[in-house]
Design a protein around this ligand. Structure first.
Ligand code: AP5
Ligand code: MG
Length: 213
């Protein structure tokens, strides 16, 4: 099963992708997480990606596409995956479609987690992420057991550099310009599924499992 998570920054793509990954035994592939791991390790890719990410801009397609295709060519992706944060532009979607069709394959579901802009900025300022394992929390909706500490690995929780309100507004603008057109793209392919992302995390997931079976 190959699944794409669509949605605005902060819609809950990562939260739901992780739950799908655990329930269905599929690898969770997030281009944002790959870039952040590279930034943390100080790689050349990380340094380049950071220049765009800190401004709320998209990392150029050439760079992103290569990383994604390398990742899904790995052995653990043989039986499928959940893509979180890719594709984010029509050219990225076309590259993925081409690469899959060469293997006689295709994406099965594109799930759009729908959250209006008004909810996004508030949600992002409450998000906290683990510096070590990347686990995501929310100070109100998904709090850690101990404030500021990751439940999973005990490391410190931080506000992501790109979660400052002014950067979030820019990410939302870029989302509407470049990523939202993918909703029509996958609707035309007949694989678009919409879920309401404003309800409780568990209820969003229940609706997703009704789609995936
Ligand atoms: P990326 O890491 O993908 O960021 P994003 O798309 O902006 O999305 P987020 O991770 O911010 O949000 P999310 O939808 O995963 O929400 P989450 O589950 O955390 O990309 C970062 C940057 O990398 C981009 O800006 C770009 O520069 C670059 N990049 C990445 N991929 C790229 C690509 N393909 N092409 C080019 N550039 C690329 O949830 C958010 C918060 O809300 C959390 O605190 C969570 O606990 C909480 N929450 C979740 N669900 C609910 C709910 N139902 N109710 C209440 N709270 C909830
Ligand atoms: Mg995410």
């Amino acid at each position: 099963m190959k699944i794409i998570m669509l949605g605005a920054p902060g819609a809950g793509k990562g939260t739901q992708a992780k739950m799908i990954s655990e329930k269905y035994g599929l690898p969770h592939v997030s281009t944002g997480d790959i870039f952040r791991a590279n930034i943390k390790n100080g790689t050349a890719l990380g340094m380049e990606a950071k220049q765009y990410m800190d401004k709320g801009l998209l990392v150029p397609d050439e760079l992103t596409v290569k990383i994604l295709l390398d990742r899904v060519a790995q052995d653990d992706c043989k039986n499928g995956y959940v893509l979180d944060g890719f594709p984010r532009t029509i050219p990225q979607a076309e590259v993925l479609e081409d690469a899959l069709s060469k293997l006689g394959d295709k994406v099965d579901y594109a799930i759009n987690v729908d959250v209006p802009d008004e909810n996004i900025v508030r949600r992002m300022s409450g998000r906290r992420a683990c510096v070590t394992c990347g686990e995501t929390y929310h100070i109100e909706h998904v709090p850690p057991k101990t404030e500021g500490i990751c439940d999973k690995c005990g490391s410190a929780l931080i506000l992501r550099d790109d979660d400052k309100p002014e950067t979030v507004l820019n990410r939302l603008k870029i989302y509407h310009e470049q990523t939202q057109p993918l909703i029509d793209f996958y609707n035309n392919e007949g694989i678009l599924k919409e879920v309401d992302g404003t309800i409780d995390v568990k209820d969003v997931f229940e609706n997703i499992t009704k789609i995936l079976g």
